[in-house]
Design a protein around this ligand. Structure first.
Ligand code: GDP
Ligand code: MN
Length: 383
């Protein structure tokens, strides 16, 4: 789950990272009131979950509260990279001398967090990595030891930071690391971290991505999920307890277990097809959840065939079969369905399908199921 800039910065501030004074507004009037309270020049910043808002015109400097109101009205009416702007952050304008990048992500290969710093702040870090990779300095952090002083000094030196700012940089870096660990984040980023005219560090922008599997430990943050972050289908799937990722192929896949779902996608590709989605209905899925899953798969207009690959362990094949029938009764789809049901109660499951009014293509092995799904999607095989 992605956190908006204003929320990310509030989390950073809780861990001692200095951020500008400011607040969010949903109307131009609110924006004006906030700007009045702050006094002086302010920045009006669109709160959308994409990068590069500045370039897209979603960040504007206002000299006074009247101008802030006017710019807020303008920005609140915008759409940035397809996302409507519903909130603006009004921050006290910073006097920027230098823009630095500071971020942490999980390095999956090294199995630990990696902190990155660059003197090329304010631009997208992916661009820096592509054009000028040596400008990014990295340190891996041992989670049992934490971020050490020598590491932050090495980063500060590596990016050519004024030595007078080293202690403060150390405090910001540690704060960011603690915010990252304390929130079960997979990414925490300050871009730019600025050096102000007064010679202080200030986190002007903030971004966090939280690990969905750790969200139950952070109910205060979980409730802040932005509805625009996910598609309608992804939201429904999450609420039903399904792991669903939409892809652009033509074979809808309904599988129990993430590993089996990956294998199913691979073998579908191997036989010349393309999966329309990743879907793990989870262990012990009941009929209702299966029906929801099938409804989501069939809502995708690209789907030309559906492949059910159920390996019954805790999940009972007859429950899955009932779910399939329940869903078919609601939707009455006109795409062919290939079904492979093996494991617990497979006989009962096959019987449920055989007794129904729906014709399906049966398969025993995974390879057979995948080949049949590919053929069915091409219109070369019927039930
Ligand atoms: P992003 O484009 O979505 O990454 O949004 P940022 O919050 O990083 O803002 C983009 C750029 O706007 C920054 O790199 C700064 O150059 C500029 N900017 C943001 N806040 C301020 C501010 O308070 N004062 C000034 N002068 N510039 C700002
Ligand atoms: Mn930025």
């Amino acid at each position: 789950m992605k956190l908006h800039e204003y929320l990310s910065k509030r989390v950073f501030a809780q861990y001692g990272v200095p951020i500008p004074d400011g607040d969010v507004a949903t109307t131009p009037e609110e924006a004006r009131a906030i700007a009045e309270r702050l006094g002086g020049a302010v920045v009006v910043k669109s709160q959308v979950l994409v990068g590069g808002r500045g370039k897209a015109g979603g960040i504007k400097l206002a000299q006074n509260s009247a101008e802030a109101e006017q710019l807020a009205a303008q920005i609140l009416a915008m759409e940035i990279k397809g996302l409507p702007v519903r909130k603006v952050l009004i921050d006290q304008a910073a006097d920027i001398r230098q823009e630095i990048y500071l971020g942490i992500v999980v390095d999956r290969v090294a199995s630990r967090p990696v902190m990155m710093a660059s003197s090329e702040g304010g631009v997208e870090i992916e661009e820096v990595a592509r054009l000028n990779p040596q400008a990014i300095k990295k340190v891996h952090i041992d989670p049992f030891v934490g971020l050490r002083g020598y590491q932050t000094r090495w980063l500060a030196k590596g990016i050519g930071l004024d030595p007078a700012l080293q202690r403060e940089f150390d405090r910001v870096a540690r704060g960011l690391y603690q915010a990252f660990m304390g929130s079960d984040a997979s990414l925490a980023e300050i871009n730019p971290l600025v050096v102000t005219g007064e010679g202080k560090l200030l986190a002007v922008d903030g971004k966090m991505v939280l690990d969905d599997n750790g969200l139950f430990r952070h109910p205060d943050l979980a409730e802040k999920r932005d509805v625009d972050e996910e598609t309608e289908t992804e939201r429904e799937a999450r609420e039903a307890g399904l792991s669903y990722v939409q892809l652009d192929g033509e074979i809808g896949c309904m599988v129990n277990g993430a590993g089996l779902a990956m294998a199913t996608m691979d073998i579908t590709k191997h036989f010349g097809g393309a999966p329309a989605n990743f879907l793990d209905i989870g262990g012990g899925a009941k009929a209702e959840r299966v029906a929801t899953a099938l409804r989501l798969i069939l809502a995708d207009p690209n789907v030309k065939a559906v492949l059910f690959n159920i390996f019954g362990g805790i999940t009972r094949c007859d429950e899955v079969a009932k779910g399939i029938i329940a869903a078919l009764e609601q939707i009455k789809p006109n795409v062919p369905m290939v079904v492979r049901l093996v494991g617990t109660n497979e006989e009962e499951g096959r019987q449920v399908l055989a007794d129904s009014a729906y014709r399906m293509i049966a398969a025993t092995s995974l390879a057979e199921a995948a080949q049949k799904a590919v053929a069915a999607a091409r219109g070369e095989l019927e039930a």
